[in-house]
Design a protein around this ligand. Structure first.
Ligand SMILES: Nc1nc2c(ncn2[C@@H]2O[C@H](COP(=O)(O)OP(=O)(O)OP(=O)(O)O)[C@@H](O)[C@H]2O)c(=O)[nH]1
Ligand SMILES: [Mg+2]
Length: 466
């Protein structure tokens, strides 16, 4: 058994502060007996004698016999509960005083205050859900749009898990065919599954994994915002533009070149689409170590972005474009590039300076970030560019970076399998890559192979009470 699994009884306030009702969850071997010590039904049998899946009305009593609250308590019996353990849920009036009193009583009677995500962690460890479903619970709680909700719901209900288990079946089949070949390889007279069939199965697996890996672009954009990198020379007005887009003074603006040295990012919802705007250090030749690191990061962010806002000071547009075009343009081949001609309030006839220097297929937009002119036009261009495919609850879209990484590794392994087959590599070597592919897929759903550190990382980000 996993060392993270403790079999003590845990309790936590599961609802947000300030509501009319507050719920405290209790789970573990002693959940029912501890609840029984502090809660007396108004009439009828004692709480611990109640049937599971019923709701009981009664009072919570303090240590001196005073009534703390009138409450409703539900009762769940292992294994048919969220955590898979005996559990109770106490619905109190939503006063934080009452909730704290009830928590203290539970703790005095033998409960431990739960850590973040501990209920869901127990659900996972008790086999109620796999790891990807547990992660979807957190996504569901934090979902803020129809699309994030749909993705989380589909994942929690096992859409992704089903897809992975179908892949696993195929890979196991492939491995067994491969190993059959190995077992009998001394018998040259025997004919084995013809390799073209194996190649075909590997091809099917590769197609599915590739589709899942590629879906991350959409999943990540929906969940974390479409990445929009703001790049350009120092002093072009990138931070001023970030602030204008976010409508708040997020980044420091100054006329000193090289003001921004690290990446600053934040999200903004425009017309229902979530964008992640990423302000970067201005690009210039520098001998300053820290600034160089910042500029390196600017290029990393540029590479990771879907949309690039190349901010140019219109008063020296030609020179700025000339200086940076070799560094910027080749990196934008698979991206959408918008040339943002800033400081239009200072430049005369800026539009006429453009033809000839504007790179092909680039949208240009004329703004003054400082005076907030042209910002809504820029927002319109962004919204039009950002057309994300509609995601339905039945679509499997990868939105979790951990899953994306595991799938990318699985894709590399299956590519090695395919390559191995095509060059006629021996069965045992191909099998090794097949097993590796299986391992990476298994990492996503978790289980025996999942180490405690991974689990801790995942559940740390949960809220308490879930
Ligand atoms: N007149 C005018 N000034 C602007 C405009 N946008 C920015 N500025 C000024 O230009 C200077 C540099 O602006 P920043 O936003 O800090 O420029 P940056 O591109 O972030 O610069 P680094 O962080 O150094 O790379 C500041 O003094 C701004 O007030 C604009 O549209 N018009
Ligand atoms: Mg800046």
């Amino acid at each position: 058994m996993n060392i993270l699994y403790t079999d003590d009884t845990i309790c936590a306030i599961a609802t947000a502060q300030g509501g009319a009702i507050g719920t405290i969850r209790v789970s573990g071997k002693e959940a029912i007996s501890i609840t029984d010590k502090i809660f007396k039904p108004i009439s009828g049998a004692a709480f611990s004698d109640r049937k599971p899946y019923t709701l009981t009305f009664g009072n919570i009593y303090g240590e001196n016999g005073e009534i703390i609250d009138e409450v409703l308590v539900s009762l769940f019996k292992a294994p048919h509960s969220y955590t898979g353990e005996d559990s109770t849920e106490i619905s109190c009036h939503g006063s934080s005083y009452i909730l704290q009193q009830v928590m203290q009583l539970l703790i005095k009677n033998g409960c431990r205050a739960a850590g973040p995500g501990e209920f869901t962690q127990r659900a996972f460890l008790n086999g109620k859900m796999d790891l990807s479903q547990a992660e979807a619970v957190a996504d569901l709680i934090s979902s803020t749009s129809a699309a994030t909700h749909r993705m989380a719901m589909s994942q929690m209900r096992g859409g992704f898990s089903k897809e992975l288990s179908a892949l696993r079946e195929k890979l196991l089949h492939l491995t067994s065919l491969m190993e059959l070949e190995l077992d009998f390889s001394d018998h040259e007279e025997l004919e084995f599954a013809d390799r073209s069939e194996l190649v075909q199965i590997a091809g099917q697996v590769e197609t599915v994994i590739k589709r899942l890996v590629e879906s991350f672009t959409v999943g990540n954009a929906i969940k974390n915002g479409i990445p929009v990198a703001i790049i350009g020379e120092t002093n072009a007005g990138k931070s001023t533009l970030l602030n204008a887009l976010l409508n708040e003074d997020r980044a420091i603006v100054s006329d000193i070149h090289g003001t921004t040295r690290d990446v600053i990012e934040d999200t903004m919802n425009i017309n229902g689409i979530l964008f992640r705007f990423i302000d970067t250090a201005g690009i210039r030749e520098t001998t300053d170590m820290i600034e160089s690191i910042g500029i390196e990061r600017s290029f990393q962010k540029l590479d990771q972005a879907s949309i690039v806002l190349w901010v140019v000071d219109s008063t020296e547009a030609e020179a700025q474009i000339e200086t940076l075009k070799e560094k910027v343009l080749p990196r934008c081949n698979d991206k959408k590039l918008i040339l943002v001609m800033n400081k239009c309030d200072m430049a005369e006839n800026v539009h006429s300076t453009l033809p000839g220097i504007l790179p092909e297929n680039t949208e240009a937009i004329f703004i003054s970030a400082k005076q907030k002119q042209g910002i809504s036009e820029l927002q319109n261009v962004l919204v039009n560019m950002a057309a994300l495919p509609e995601v339905t609850q039945s679509d499997v879209v990868v939105s979790n970076i951990r899953h994306y990484e595991a799938l990318s590794h699985a894709l590399e392994s299956i590519h090695r399998v395919q390559e191995g087959m095509s060059i006629g590599l021996s069965g045992d070597l191909v099998s090794q890559d097949l097993r590796e592919c299986l391992f990476h897929l298994a990492e996503i759903v978790g289980g025996e192979i999942t180490n405690d550190e991974v689990l801790e990382n995942i559940f740390r980000n949960f809220c308490i009470g879930k």
